[in-house]
Design a protein around this ligand. Structure first.
Ligand code: SAM
Ligand code: SF4
Ligand code: F3S
Length: 474
């Protein structure tokens, strides 16, 4: 918000080439301005902050006004067909902007760039640059090539790139919460998933660079970090100087020790890999949040096997039981897919009953979207009619609504420690914050002298399906 206002101010004054730099916190002279729009998962949003840093070091300044940009980047997602369609629609809008400003360059970054490679540039002529997730260091050189009318493509995947040495520039940040990438890629070949093809092999980032980034965030006033990876539990890094092996549990502990005032979250956990050691580490530190995103994808053993998830329904349920035993009251959320290849009504019923058992606090639910090149696309027929996929999706969404409302209602009349993140979107006289369990809380500021980044005890008086409403109870 701050950045948006200040970039706007530079624009009003019509000072060519100037923009507010959120890193140095002043208006500086830039050779060009870039605008970046991100889609997909948190990792993609975190990558855009790395891209901003790489471009900034080359003298390019960020703008939130696409019309004043010399370079427009879309950091894209390929996870479902719909995600790609959204990007294509947005590209056509940018193409008409480019007609009015012929020197403008349009670049596609991220997973869709990796999946479609030069097709977008050569066959469809939709963009000027195509840059995959492991090739962002080559962006300045590619921009130079595109400016001279050459084809600018780099979609090479790497086995060791983690961008560990790059200090991300926080875009659209509330100044309180930040994402920190701890690994890249994925080695799990879930048969429905495009990520191993768009992001390459799994690799863990140097733990020292992670902790350094977290410490810098804390010093800059941030009070919450979310450690990001497609499968955080398989984080593994060897500190050769100390001859120490850093597992995810150890990394969590090191992050928690940066300050008791810093909240630590993480995403995503894979049911096959989450360990008791991780759960005990969460229990040991008050500032590691009691919230675990544990995607199940299906409740049917037959479908789980076809999906290559490598666990069973029983294994998954045992993990959820273990979480609730070691961390009573811990928030648990999931991802679920309906209508995967060959899914019968009985398989669907298994997903439904699994949800009834787990009673998730939060669930992200999708109907299956076949992705070119994945194992499922090569091996199985996408044989469930779209209307059946959608009907099953509606059924689990309706069930989850009941569970999430019950989960919110359980918190009424209780008091929670809330981290203040921003003004409420609806009113400047209310605060917006979250509980340790990741639930949004809205409460009046009253006459308390508080600011974002502060912790405050809030008593919950009522709730809606997605929000707790309370009053300060210090
Ligand atoms: N790494 C995480 C995991 O293992 O659960 C998340 C991966 S993905 C970025 C986020 C979610 O998108 C998945 O958990 C899955 O539910 C969903 N998803 C992935 N591929 C899909 C597809 N082909 N169709 C529908 N949903 C899909
Ligand atoms: Fe995709 Fe599976 Fe990797 Fe998650 S763990 S990113 S669903 S392949
Ligand atoms: Fe999408 Fe790529 Fe993330 S496919 S969900 S942006 S890893």
């Amino acid at each position: 918000m701050e950045m948006l206002e200040l970039a706007g101010k530079a624009h009003d004054e019509s000072r060519q080439g100037e923009a507010y730099d959120p890193l140095v916190k002043e208006t500086v002279l830039y050779k060009k301005r870039f605008y970046i729009e991100s889609y997909g998962c948190a990792m993609n949003f975190a990558d855009s902050e790395v891209v901003a840093s790489i471009l900034n070091a080359e003298g390019f300044g960020a703008t939130r006004n696409e019309a004043e940009a010399d370079l427009i980047f879309l950091n894209t997602c390929s996870i479902r067909e719909k995600a790609e369609m959204t990007v294509r629609k947005r590209l056509t809008e940018f193409r008409s902007l480019k007609k009015k400003k012929p020197g403008m360059l349009i670049g596609m970054l991220g997973c869709m760039a990796e999946r479609l490679k030069s097709q977008l540039l050569e066959e469809e002529k939709l963009v000027d640059l195509v840059v995959g997730p492991d090739a962002y260091r080559s962006l300045p050189a590619l921009i130079g090539e595109a400016e001279t009318g050459q084809k600018a493509v780099n979609v090479l995947l790497s086995r060791d790139e983690t961008y560990g040495d790059i200090a991300p520039i926080r875009l659209d940040s509330n100044g309180v919460c930040a994402f920190v990438s701890i690994m890249r890629g994925c080695n799990n070949m879930c048969s429905f998933c495009v990520v191993p093809f768009t992001r390459g092999r799994e690799r863990s980032r140097d733990a020292h660079s992670i902790i350094k980034e977290v410490e810098q965030l804390f010093q800059a006033g941030y009070r919450e970090v979310t450690l990001l990876g497609q499968n955080v539990d398989s984080y593994y890094w060897i500190d050769e100087q100390k001859d120490e092996t850093i597992t995810f549990a150890k990394l969590l502990e090191k992050t928690a020790l940066v300050s008791p005032l810093l909240r630590v979250r993480f995403s995503t956990s894979h049911p096959k890999d989450i360990t008791d050691e991780v759960l005990f580490t969460i229990a040991k530190y008050d500032n590691i949040c009691n919230y675990i995103h544990l995607p199940v994808q299906s409740g049917s053993n037959r479908i789980l096997q076809l999906m290559n998830r490598t666990y069973t329904r029983e294994w998954y349920i045992a993990k959820v039981n273990r979480i609730r035993e070691i961390l009573p009251g811990c928030g648990v959320s999931t991802d679920m897919i309906t209508g995967f290849c060959t899914e019968t009504e009985e398989d669907h019923r298994d997903s439904y009953t699994l949800m009834e058992y787990c009673k998730y606090d939060l669930a992200y639910m999708y109907y299956y979207s076949e992705r070119p090149g994945t194992l499922a696309e090569r091996r199985y027929e996408d044989d469930i009619p779209e209307e059946t996929k959608k009907r099953r999706l509606q059924e689990i969404i309706a069930l989850h609504r009941i569970h999430s409302l019950e989960s919110m209602q359980r918190d009424v009349n209780k008091t929670f420690k809330v981290l203040i993140e921003a003004n409420s979107k609806k009113s400047d006289s209310d605060w917006h914050g979250r509980t340790d369990h990741n639930k949004v809380v809205i409460f009046p500021k009253e006459n308390y002298q508080l600011q974002k980044g502060d912790y405050v005890n809030v008593r919950i008086n009522s709730c809606t399906a997605g929000t707790l409403l309370g009053t300060i109870n210090n």
